[in-house]
Design a protein around this ligand. Structure first.
Ligand code: NAD
Ligand code: ZN
Ligand code: ZN
Length: 365
């Protein structure tokens, strides 16, 4: 029996604290499923959403959250692709049309009809959420809900972005921003055989980057990363992945790119940045936008974690702490990723059959 109501953290107006509200538990219509949330990561994108930062704005009131992992608890008419009890993730790419030129060429991420979880559709900062079964992530057995949560946005996005740089094993990649996305990017890049330079403005993040295997770290608040790279490796990095939600990081990121290299833009601060046309043209540099990843990328990104090659560093918090978490995220005070723990709040965290190994305290090893 499903309960009638649920707790949700709701954006009621841009730039206002989220409100904890009692909402009706949605019922799945034809082709939809209902997921009972076990855990949901808090991405910097949720902060952009709550601030209405981007040209395409969500419409309040809405429930953010696009790193939700949970169990399927109800199926709408006609759903056969998942069954009740399956553990799924409800990601940013909530659905796409399936028929346009992008969908047909496995680029569903840029479909004009795409819906976005926690943005154009209500997301995982709630005890239950609806999903499109054709676009959910299938969580491998052995991967716990809490540790899987950051992988379905931060993980897939950085994995896809690294592939987009076309850097090859043995070559250098610079990761600008070593936070929620960046700490996973470092691990994916190492697992893919790359030499990694971590760039951040926070000493704690850089220390952690080293711990995660970064071969070189640069503090962009005290040093010019492009200069340091030239001295240390004799040129720029073959690939650059900019995850920092900060405009200065974009100009720096392009300057860090080696001739014939690719700079993948992933961070989404509002605004624009200047480009040095001569150096881009004469250096044959590629600049590439990269937006989450496809369902195939999702399966691959989760597989790295299921095989123990990538591990999200998480700090567990209850849904009720969301405004404090947003405040800390805005000030760069979240070490890696906060995951809202619904199982912990309701049942002491004991109902998670997967292999969550992290305790319910801030973790920063
Ligand atoms: P986060 O707050 O966890 O991490 C950001 C990191 O950038 C922090 O470590 C911070 O210290 C660092 N930083 C800030 N200014 C910097 C600078 N000038 N140089 C180097 N590092 C700097 O955020 P997150 O959850 O990792 O998200 C990062 C960005 O990526 C956000 O803008 C988010 O919206 C975007 N994002 C994009 C996609 C996509 O598909 N393209 C997907 C997810 C998130
Ligand atoms: Zn995200
Ligand atoms: Zn489409």
């Amino acid at each position: 029996m499903l309960p009638k109501t649920m707790q949700a953290a709701v954006v009621t107006a841009f730039n206002q604290p989220l409100q904890l509200q009692e909402w009706a538990v949605p019922r799945p219509g034809p082709g939809q499923i209902l997921v009972k949330t076990e855990a949901c990561g808090v991405c910097h994108t949720d902060l952009h959403a709550a601030h209405g930062d981007w040209p395409l704005k969500p419409v309040p009131p809405f429930i953010p959250g696009h790193e939700a992992i949970g169990r399927v608890v109800a199926l709408g008419a006609g759903v056969t692709i998942v069954k009740e009890g399956d553990r799924v993730g409800v990601p940013w790419l909530y659905s796409a049309c399936g028929h346009c030129e992008y969908c047909l060429s496995a680029w569903e991420t840029v479909c004009d009809e795409a819906q976005f979880g926690g943005y154009t559709q209500n997301g995982g900062f709630a005890e239950y959420l609806l999903a499109d079964p054709n676009y959910v992530a299938h969580i491998p057995a052995g991967l716990g809900a809490k540790e899987a949560a950051p992988l379905i946005c931060a993980g897939i996005t950085t994995y896809k972005g690294i592939k987009g740089t076309e850097a090859k094993p043995g070559e250098w990649i610079a990761i600008s921003g070593c936070g929620g996305l960046g700490h996973l990017a470092i691990q994916y890049a190492k697992a893919m055989g790359l030499l990694v330079c971590g760039v951040d403005i926070d000493e704690g993040k850089l220390k952690h980057a080293k711990h995660l295997g970064a071969d070189l770290v640069i503090n962009a608040s005290t040093q010019d990363p492009a200069q340091v790279l030239k001295q240390e490796i004799g040129g720029g990095a073959h690939g650059v992945l900019i995850t920092a939600p900060s405009l200065p990081a974009f100009k720096q990121g392009v300057a860090m790119t080696r001739k014939r290299g690719t700079c993948a833009l992933v961070g989404l601060p509002p605004g624009s940045f200047p480009l040095d046309i001569f150096n881009l043209v004469a250096g044959a540099v590629t600049i590439r936008g990269s937006f989450v990843g496809t369902r195939k990328d999702m399966a691959e990104a989760l597989d790295f974690a299921a095989r123990g090659m990538v591990h999200a560093d998480i700090e567990l918090q209850p849904l009720s702490a969301i405004n404090t978490v947003f405040e800390r995220l805005a000030h760069g005070d979240v070490p890696s990723r906060v995951v809202l723990d619904f199982a912990g709040a309701q049942a002491g965290g004991a109902n998670d059959e997967g292999a969550d190994t992290r305790a319910a305290v801030p973790i920063f090893v």
